[in-house]
Design a protein around this ligand. Structure first.
Ligand code: PRP
Length: 191
């Protein structure tokens, strides 16, 4: 399996890009004291590094969601399991995502959060799987345009595992199903 896993983004490449995005955000939001909003769980890694690299005052908050089944799921309708603690009304919001795939989750969240009348709302996503897009969404800050592959690491999981990889790997989910521990060597060495 190890041969089947390929490093798509190294730890250094991720950290460098995160630094660049944080610099852009720091420039654009100077004096605007934005609230960085993330959806648990995958985006927590990116949010933490992004926030650490900013040079402006900002706050963070989290939401937890789950998809409805059936037709609602295919329309991207989500249920809010844990709502924001902060009131975003009148404040500048940056929605921070680890990955945008179909865009359905993001477009639903954008409409939900917009109804709370923030001063502005923009999106920062580390990975943009643009070829998979169903719902058009504007991503103002984009880390990487990601190929249509199964990816794990840096918050992204396979069956809840491998979020703690410091790089992002492209993997074959079939092979991981056969051997769920196949990526352990990647956990033990820097990549
Ligand atoms: C990922 C990601 C987005 C969503 C994007 O979360 O964080 O919320 O999928 O997919 P979409 O563009 O097709 O709607 P996931 O459901 O994997 O949950 P997790 O962050 O807890 O791993």
């Amino acid at each position: 399996m190890e041969e089947g896993a390929r490093v798509l983004y190294t730890e250094d490449a991720i950290q460098q890009r995160v630094g660049e995005l944080a610099a852009e955000i720091s420039r654009d939001y100077a004096g605007r004291d934005p609230i960085l909003v993330s959806v648990l769980k995958g985006a927590a890694w990116f949010l933490a590094d992004l926030m650490k690299a900013t040079t402006i005052t900002c706050r963070m908050d989290f939401m937890a969601i789950s998809s409805y089944g059936g037709a609602e799921e295919s329309m991207g309708v989500v249920r809010i399991l844990q709502d924001l603690e902060l009131d975003i009304g009148g404040h500048h919001v940056i929605l921070v995502e680890d990955i945008v795939d179909t865009g359905l989750t993001l477009s639903y969240l954008l409409s939900t959060l917009s109804s709370r009348e923030p001063a502005s709302i923009s999106v920062c996503a580390l990975l943009d799987k643009s070829v998979r897009r169903i719902a058009p969404v504007e991503i103002r800050y984009r880390g990487f345009d990601c190929p249509d592959r199964f990816v794990v690491g840096y918050g992204l999981d396979y069956a809840e595992r491998y979020r703690n990889l410091r790089c992002i790997l492209e993997v074959d989910p079939q092979e991981l199903e056969e051997d769920p521990l196949a990526l352990v060597p990647h956990l033990r060495r820097p990549s």
